[in-house]
Design a protein around this ligand. Structure first.
Ligand code: PLP
Length: 393
């Protein structure tokens, strides 16, 4: 009835496929590997309660008032200190803007940098939330193959030569949806390929902290080399997603234009949430908290991998996650993953078919499994059911 009023840009934007799947998985009998929800253990509820009272006493009306678009200075300073210490980044508070989740950062980047028809390079597959956000602005996507060690360098070179993308959007750590991480060598090669190109590189990193091994952190691509890097981070997976706080780190000039776009979008991110998270970070040991989350997710990932080894037919491939929240399964060529989905639902287990992670989904034989929201026994049972559905197919 209202369609004639809709804009062309929203008409061609896909609605979130996962939302549709989550409706099916509302049935409590279904074991769901479909969502991407952090385990509630990652919400420091008691500490946040203490912080709520403390900020109410300490800041009074300020926590309920309008505030600045770039965000609370103490929170921005926390990010600066952390990125200087951990990532060796040469930044100040003027390089940081707080956003309403990193999802808003993606939308704001789209608003500021993507004109109709602009070429944007993504991994193949990539984060569906980015595809959705940039689709609104008319991005012309090119997806570049992901290998076990990172971006396929031959394809990357070809993509750059043929398409000259204006933007590259990458998730180098524990990627969503595949769980893959680029090696140090791969990152260096990627940087070699793009360093002389007239291209903005976005590195989206909501999962980087959730690394299961004690291996050293692999540096981002091209840190402190050139000004065309944009880094995105989020408190969603390490403190709480419900507060909707993320951030964007970039050259000051980019921050200023993003600030203009953000004024138009929401004036500023929720200031109560910013005071709350800032107080929590000041008064608690975040690293210690992250250790707890990692320990849990590592066990859950291990349970899923063990179960896949035990039950899956030997020709089914999957990533062994070294961090983050997902693993990615590749069925036999020509297998129909939607058919598998229907059969899996009959057996009361759910996953996300690969489709929404591709710009042009054709002959999709892949699927994403999330392991952070079920206990190890349930994970084993769910994988057993899924493998029965696979074998029947
Ligand atoms: C790769 C990636 N980027 C961005 C987001 C958005 O996160 P948030 O808006 O909660 O910070 C997600 C959420 O799952 C994600 O997987």
């Amino acid at each position: 009835m209202f369609e004639k009023f809709y804009t062309e840009r929203i008409k061609k934007t896909p609605s979130s496929f996962i939302r549709e799947i989550l409706k099916v998985t509302q049935n409590p009998e279904i074991i769901s590997f479909a969502g991407g929800l952090p385990n509630p253990i990652s919400f420091p509820q008691e500490e946040l309660k203490v912080s709520m009272n403390r900020i109410a006493d300490k800041f009074g009306a300020k926590i309920y008032q309008y505030s600045t678009t770039t965000g609370l200075d103490s929170l921005r300073q926390f990010i600066v200190d952390k990125y200087r210490r951990v990532h060796n980044m040469d930044i100040t508070i003027d390089n940081v803007i707080i956003t309403t989740g990193s999802q808003q950062a993606l939308d704001l980047i789209g608003k500021v940098l993507v004109d109709e028809g602009d070429k944007v390079m993504l991994e193949n597959p990539s984060y569906l939330g980015l595809i959705q956000a940039f689709c609104v602005y008319g991005a012309d996507f090119i997806q570049t193959k992901l290998d076990d060690d990172g971006l396929n360098i031959e394809e990357l070179k070809k993509t750059i030569k043929e398409h000259k993308p204006k933007i590259a959007y990458l998730i180098p750590n524990f990627q969503n949806p595949t769980g893959l991480t680029y090696t140090k060598e791969n990152r260096e090669k990627v940087f070699e390929c793009i360093k002389d190109e007239d291209m903005i590189l976005i590195q989206d990193d909501p999962y980087g902290e959730l690394r299961f091994s004690d291996d050293e952190r692999i540096p981002y691509i091209g840190v402190n080399q050139g000004k065309k890097n944009i880094y995105l981070g989020s408190f969603s997976k390490i403190v709480t997603p419900g507060m909707r706080l993320g951030y964007l780190i970039a050259d000051k000039e980019i921050i200023r234009i993003i600030e203009t776009a953000k004024q138009a979008a929401d004036l500023h991110s929720n200031i109560f949430a910013q005071y709350l998270i800032s107080d929590y970070l000041e008064n608690n040991d975040l690293d210690l908290h992250i250790e707890k989350i990692k320990k849990l997710y590592k066990e859950q990932a291990g349970a899923m991998v063990d179960a896949m080894r035990e039950f899956f037919p030997s020709d089914i491939k999957y990533t062994i996650p070294k961090g983050g929240m997902f693993t990615w399964v590749t069925l036999k060529e020509n297998a129909d993953v939607m058919q598998l989905f229907d059969r899996a639902i009959e057996k009361k287990v759910a996953f996300v078919p690969g489709h929404p992670f591709y710009v042009k989904p054709e002959n999709i034989n892949t699927l994403r499994l999330n392991y952070t929201n079920a206990d190890c026994e349930t994970i084993k049972e769910g994988i057993k059911r899924l493998s029965e559905a696979i074998k029947e197919l």
